[in-house]
Ligand binder design. Sequence first.
Ligand code: PHE
Ligand code: FE
Length: 263
Amino acid sequence: MKPELRGDYSRAGPDYAVEQNWAGYSAAEHALYRRLFERQAKLVARYACPEWIDAIARLESAGREIPRFDEVSRRLRAATGWEIVAVPGLIPDDAFFTHLANRRFPVTVWMRRPDEFDYIVEPDVFHDFFGHVPLLFDRVYADHLYEYGKGGLKAMRLDAVKMLARLYWFTIEFGLMRTEGGIRAYGAGLLSSGGELAYCVDDPRPRRLPFELERIMRTEYQIDRYQDAYFVIESFEHLMRETAPDFTPIYARIRNLPALHSP
Ligand code: PHE
Ligand code: FE
């Protein structure tokens, strides 16, 4: 792992799993989590996709304090067969894909510092939990992410992770969905963001393009500012359908095409 990652990897097993050690969080960390949750809660009602909103309603205690992963895992297992696995932070591709392919979603254990309230570079427990976990209660999304995990292991064999990672970025992290109420966010990077969640739906500047697999897999993304374009799916079924074909010939075709610097 890159030495600059801030998590404690010393106790991680070969699959990078650690204990959450819930008792180890300070009152200040719980309070910071709660403040972040409360700010986002005001926004998600207006900007999150209905599947996310339905799911968070099942997690009544999710906003009070940093959630207990084992408790949420029990419910997730019953709903869609997923569980949470605690990790020290970002983990290598093979470990990440292997977890997803076994219906385990890696969630970072540590909490950001107070001065990172609005912006954080590495994902922390708030981003990972608030952004990603609720949608795992949706059966179609849950199945899609499982397929993505298997597709990741396959992409590693085909030396195509870079192309597949762009798909993750423009869907799981920054995806938009068309709903009856208008455009809504389902990407975790949007759902957990204080500023970009309203921006991605309301601001006239970014382009909102129809989902297009090959274009996405060719497009470089920026990690240090709001996106200047988003891709819009019609539904999780639509996303599932569009990503179901065998990517092997698609990777072979587009790996020789120039990357697009902006969508
Ligand atoms: N269909 C992809 C493949 O053949 C696997 C995949 C499914 C990838 C869903 C992403 C999402 O590689
Ligand atoms: Fe994320």
